[in-house]
Design a protein. Structure first.
Length: 235
């Protein structure tokens, strides 16, 4: 354990980061999560929500860390199975998860370079009460948006929802129940030189699925580039 001298002084805008470098990674992670949760609760109260009990926050953070660690276990087993494409393409694998009882849902996205190496992962909580296929379509749309931010090259979008892939692959404006999302997906796709759409089996979307479940379970959203992967996801 690292000890701090009472004579040490830490000032300036980076004082907290300096202190965190003095402790081990596990402690730094827990402190960071605690501060993030505190700031999140502060924002909720500022917007009129009731202050949650301390026990609720403790339970939330413990479940959050456990969920992240479960993603890491699958990540380690499955990362090498990423689909490889021609040089210059990025692979965007997406999935959605929803709970009809609570109305909560989540989407998960993992983007890999053409060699199969992960470049970015993201998860996003959804609270709009959308039905399952809308969640899957929204996952594809968010995947394209992230691909636009990440690269100026070609991208292939993979989803295990064949209905969404079929609707998004048809030329012209979509007229189905998914029209609003699908037409937006087509519009955003024009920002890339080429976008392919591919229906895959569920077992090919294991990581994206776990990220979607993480978002649904924790009602939390995040985007991480691999070069800045948080410690809780890099063990």
């Amino acid at each position: 354990m690292t000890t701090l001298s009472s004579t040490d002084t830490y000032t300036g805008p980076d004082w907290l980061l300096i202190l965190l470098t003095r402790v081990n990674k596990d402690v730094a992670e827990l402190i960071s999560l605690m501060l993030w949760r505190t700031w999140s609760m502060r924002n909720d109260v500022m917007h009129g929500e009731k202050l949650k009990p301390v026990a609720a926050s403790v339970s939330f953070l413990l479940n959050y860390v456990e969920s992240c660690n479960s993603v890491v276990l699958i990540w380690g087993r499955r990362t090498r199975e990423g689909t490889k494409h021609d040089y210059g393409w990025v692979n965007v694998n997406v999935d959605g998860a929803s709970d009809q009882l609570t109305g909560h849902a989540g989407i998960g996205i993992i983007i890999r370079e053409s060699s199969g190496k992960p470049e970015l992962c993201a998860w996003k909580a959804i609270f709009d009460g959308l039905y399952a296929k809308e969640i899957e379509a929204l996952a594809c749309l968010e995947g394209v948006r992230l691909a636009v931010e990440l690269t100026h090259g070609k991208a292939i979008i993979e989803s295990d929802c064949s209905t969404v892939i079929a609707a998004s692959s048809k030329p012209g404006r979509d007229r189905s129940q998914l029209a609003f999302i699908v037409n937006e997906l087509k519009h955003v796709s024009r920002l890339l030189p080429e976008v392919g759409l591919k229906a895959v089996k569920r077992e090919q979307s294991v990581i994206a699925r776990e990220l979607a479940l993480l978002a649904k379970r924790t009602t939390h959203s995040a985007v991480w580039r691999m070069r800045r992967l948080p410690n809780v996801l890099s063990h």
